[in-house]
Design a protein around this ligand. Structure first.
Ligand SMILES: [Zn+2]
Length: 105
């Protein structure tokens, strides 16, 4: 999986940024989505693997889809995390079977 410079969710373009020591108060974060500023920030800390960044990107995309739908979900973090990890595995292992992966001109 590649991490693009931006991604469109619900017709809105979200820039993807990187930040060392990404935090929410005292908590270190792997990622964060800003609905108002339309960007996703991923942790740039050295200990974060590419695989973890990809899972985190999917996690934040799923939050964005939920927000675009205007849906409130109880236990959103757990549900989003389950689908992000599951989707990452399925897409990684089956991407060539599911998508035409030829470069578009
Ligand atoms: Zn989350």
């Amino acid at each position: 999986m590649k991490i693009p410079e931006s991604i469109r969710i619900g017709g809105v373009e979200y820039a993807i940024r990187y930040e060392k020591n990404l935090r929410d108060g005292n908590n270190l974060l792997y990622g964060q989505i800003s609905y108002d500023d339309c960007h996703i920030t991923l942790s740039e800390s050295d200990g974060t693997s590419h695989q973890k960044r990809c899972q985190t990107l999917l996690h934040e995309i799923l939050h964005g889809i939920r927000n675009h739908a205007g849906l409130e979900i109880e236990n959103e973090e757990e549900i989003v995390d389950m689908f992000a990890k599951g989707l990452y595995q399925v897409l990684q292992d089956n991407g060539a079977r599911l998508f035409d992966l030829k470069e578009r001109l």
